[in-house]
Design a protein around this ligand. Structure first.
Ligand code: GUN
Length: 280
């Protein structure tokens, strides 16, 4: 079997075009502020890409760069200022934060209606209880990819590998909302390969390069690789051993060019949704 390669770059480009067209018809520019604390180089790349993509679709976007020595109180004051600014529809505080700042405090301080990351406990609770709200960008992007790939979701056995608040948990909720039969597996799961082999849809989000081997994946399964692992030699590698798995799965996302571009496109989608909800 030759696996279908799910082209995240193409799906993301289509979504961004759609967002740009809707934005042009608005009569105002949705406002996005991305807050970066410190000099983490990977965060620097992510933040620049988010800001550029937002400007390209016509948003009023700006990055607020704060020094690594910023106190938690100073960051909370900045978030409060953005919460109160009527020109700002979306606020994203890039993670990770320096050790003197408690991320959960900062996440909870963002106004839920401006929480375009979907990390606020209110939005997490809305997702878990099936109510509308802002949804984390990466799992939302995975749902777009599954639909673009033509995956049959209702009743499908879906396995999510990983239980982070950013990906694994909200991913499980979204698959459940789409009527999949969902299993979440993690580092304490007894037989990971056996659990993964039961999946018709497998979403890998553990942050371990090539952890998912060829014999972990059922014939014909749809495999979504959320991992972006930077190797010592600079190469990017997913959580899935691509060549082994692609040899017999039904469809697979590459790394790079799979989930990554969807995360940014969904941030734009969330910002547009937040702007429409706030401004009517
Ligand atoms: N760091 C890695 N991924 C993310 C994300 O989706 N949002 C934020 N705010 N920080 C991140």
């Amino acid at each position: 079997m030759t696996a279908q390669i799910i082209d995240g770059k193409a799906v993301a480009a289509t979504l961004r075009q759609h967002i740009a067209a809707r934005t042009a018809a608005l009569g105002f520019r949705p406002g996005l502020r991305v807050v970066r604390v410190g000099e983490d180089p990977a965060s620097g790349v992510y933040v620049r890409n988010k800001d550029r993509a937002a400007k390209e679709v016509g948003f009023d976007s700006a990055t607020i760069a704060l020094p690594a020595s910023t106190t938690e109180d100073a960051l909370l004051a900045e978030v409060a200022r953005l919460n109160a600014d009527p020109a700002v529809d979306g606020i994203l505080v890039q993670l990770p934060l320096p050790p003197q700042i408690r991320a959960d405090r900062v996440i909870a301080a963002v106004a839920p209606e401006k929480d375009v990351d979907g990390f606020h406990p209110l939005n997490a609770g809305r997702l878990a209880s099936g109510q509308p709200g802002l949804v984390p960008c990466t799992p939302k992007g995975v749902m777009h990819l599954l639909r673009a790939a033509g995956a049959a979701l209702p009743g499908a056995r879906a396995v999510v590998l990983g239980r982070s608040n950013i990906v694994g948990r909200p991913m499980a909720q979204l698959l459940l909302a789409a009527d999949c039969t969902v299993t979440v597996v993690h580092s304490r799961t007894r037989d990971l390969p056996a659990e993964c082999r039961r999946a018709e849809i497998l979403v890998a989000a553990v942050g371990r390069a090539e952890m998912v081997r060829g014999d972990w994946v059922a014939e014909g399964a749809t495999v979504i690789d959320v991992g972006i692992n930077r190797l010592a030699d600079g190469r990017l590698m997913g959580d899935v051993a691509y060549a082994e798995v692609a040899a017999h799965c039904g469809a697979i996302t590459p790394v790079p060019g799979g989930v990554g571009p969807m995360t940014i496109a969904c941030l734009l989608e969330n910002t547009l949704d937040a702007a429409l909800a706030r401004r009517g």
